[in-house]
Design a protein around this ligand. Structure first.
Ligand SMILES: [Zn+2]
Length: 138
């Protein structure tokens, strides 16, 4: 787990109350959802992707792309600094773990095999995201 202090602080009990069991497993216990299980994977609507735990804006639909991995993928974050990284040594090869910098929610992993211009691939659990469609009337 991350031992860094985040602006949003909740006890384990509070997190359990505020999240579904599946969200809790991914966000707090750093689990990974089954590939191709997220409804957001095929979502091509214009809008914003927020942290499901605290509502922070994380990704814009403009940077979402189909990576073929089975998880929603983005090549850049909406606002610099909203997402933090740490080294995940759970597997033999260390990976870069990414989390919401506001509440510490585990989101997924970051790889450097994404498309131009960033060459980054934010491989995100759809369960950790809540999608808000852009207002069509504007
Ligand atoms: Zn958050």
């Amino acid at each position: 787990m991350l031992n860094q202090e985040f602006p949003v602080q909740k006890s384990d009990e509070e997190w359990k109350e505020n999240l579904t069991p599946e969200e809790y497993e991914i966000i707090r216990n750093h689990k990974t959802e089954k590939p191709f299980s997220s409804e957001l994977l095929s979502n091509k609507n214009d809008g914003k992707y927020h942290c499901v735990a605290c509502g922070e804006l994380l990704f814009d639909s403009g940077s979402k792309y189909d990576s073929g991995t089975g998880w929603p993928s983005f090549y850049e974050i909406a606002t610099e600094g909203k997402i933090g990284t740490s080294v995940d040594t759970e597997l033999l090869l260390p990976r870069t773990e990414v989390h919401c910098n506001n509440c510490g929610a585990h989101l997924g992993h970051l790889f450097n095999d994404g498309p131009a211009p960033t060459n980054q691939r934010y491989c995100i659990n759809g369960t950790a995201l809540s999608f808000k469609k852009d207002n069509q009337d504007q």
